[in-house]
Design a protein around this ligand. Structure first.
Ligand SMILES: [Zn+2]
Length: 305
C-alpha cells in the first residue's frame, strides 16, 4: 500500500523524466506536486516550473519575473534541463534581458524616442552579457542554437531604428530616412530582405514641390502625395530644369503637399456627401411612388375578381 503514495522526491524524478520526453505540461504537474509534498531539491523544482511557464508564455512579464526570483534562490552554478546544460548566471542574464525587452516593446509607439532608446539599450546588453552564446529558451523550446545574444541585438537594433524612423518622420523626414536605412542595414545583417525598411527609407527621402502651392516637401506618402492628372507636354516641359519636381516621372500625376491634398479631399468629400444625400432622397421618393402604384394596381385587381 505504501508505495502507491509517492513521495516528493519520486514525483520530482518523474518530472525530470518527463522533461526528457518533452512532456512539459506533465512535467510541470509533477514538479508542482513535489513542492507541495515539501520536496524542492533546494529550489530547483521552482526553477523548472518557472522555465516551463516561460516556455508556455514567451511574452509574459510575470512568468519571467517569477523565474528570475527562483533562479536567485539557487545555491548551485549549473544544472541540466533535459539534454541542455544551463549555466545559472547566464540564464539569469537572459531572463533579465527578456524582461527588459518585453518592457521596451510594451512602450506605446507614441513614445517613440523612449521606446527606440530602450530597445537599442537592450541590444547593447544582449551583446555585452550574452554575446556569441546561444539563447537557452530558444534552444529548449524551439530546438535551435542559432539564436545568440549578438543576433538578438541585431533584431533589437533593427526594431529600435524602425520605431525611431516611423516616429520622427512627421517632424524630420530626412532624418527618419536615415534611421530607416540603419534599420534596413541591421535587417540585411540578419539575412532578412529588409524590403519594407528600404522602401520606407526611399519614400521618406523623396522630395517634391507642390504643384498647387509651390511648397517643397520631403517624404512621399507622408508629406506629399501624387494625384492623377492630365499633364500636357507643354506643362511637363516647364518642369524640366527643376531639381525638385512637381510631377511624377511618368508624367501622369502631379505632386501635392498634404495640406493642399487634405483640403481638396475634405472639400470633395463634403460635395459628394451633398450629392449622395440628394440622390438617396430621390431614390426614397421613387420607392414611395412605386409602392403607392403597386398598392393601387393590387386594389383594382382585387375589385375585378
Ligand atoms: Zn501645397
Amino acid at each position: 500500500m505504501a508505495f502507491l503514495f509517492k513521495n516528493g522526491e519520486q514525483l520530482y524524478t518523474e518530472g525530470l523524466d518527463m522533461i526528457g520526453r518533452r512532456d512539459f505540461s506533465g512535467a510541470k504537474k509533477k514538479f508542482t506536486d513535489a513542492t507541495q509534498k515539501g520536496y524542492t531539491n533546494d529550489g530547483l523544482a521552482q526553477v523548472y516550473i518557472g522555465i516551463l511557464d516561460v516556455g508556455a508564455n514567451r511574452s509574459s512579464l510575470g512568468c519571467y519575473k517569477t523565474l528570475r526570483n527562483a533562479l536567485g534562490d539557487l545555491k548551485i552554478n549549473s544544472f541540466k534541463f533535459g539534454l541542455t546544460d544551463i549555466d545559472v548566471a547566464d540564464l539569469i542574464a537572459e531572463t533579465e534581458l527578456d524582461i527588459k525587452e518585453i518592457e521596451a516593446n510594451n512602450l506605446p509607439d507614441s513614445l517613440y524616442k523612449e521606446k527606440s532608446a530602450a530597445l537599442i539599450a537592450c541590444a547593447g546588453e544582449f551583446m555585452a552579457r550574452i554575446g556569441e552564446k546561444n539563447l537557452k529558451f530558444d534552444e529548449i523550446f524551439k530546438g535551435t542554437t542559432a539564436a545568440t545574444g549578438n543576433r538578438e541585438a541585431l533584431i533589437l537594433q533593427a526594431e529600435g531604428y524602425y520605431v525611431l524612423g516611423e516616429g520622427s518622420v512627421s517632424e524630420d523626414p530626412k532624418m527618419a530616412s536615415e534611421y530607416m536605412q540603419m534599420s534596413y542595414n541591421f535587417r540585411r545583417q540578419l539575412g532578412d530582405s529588409g524590403d519594407q525598411e528600404l522602401k520606407l527609407a526611399q519614400d521618406y527621402a523623396r522630395s517634391a514641390r507642390c504643384w498647387i502651392c509651390g511648397r517643397p516637401a520631403n517624404g512621399e506618402g507622408i508629406h506629399f502625395q501624387p494625384m492623377r492628372s492630365t499633364i500636357a507636354p507643354v506643362f511637363a516641359k516647364e518642369t524640366e530644369g527643376d531639381i525638385v519636381k512637381p510631377i511624377s516621372e511618368d508624367v501622369r500625376s502631379i505632386y501635392v503637399c498634404v495640406p493642399c491634398y487634405t483640403a481638396i479631399s475634405n472639400r470633395s468629400d463634403d460635395i459628394s456627401r451633398v450629392y449622395y444625400e440628394r440622390a438617396m432622397a430621390e431614390v426614397h421618393a421613387i420607392e414611395a411612388r412605386l409602392e403607392a402604384e403597386i398598392a393601387s394596381v393590387r386594389f383594382s385587381a382585387s375589385m375585378h375578381r
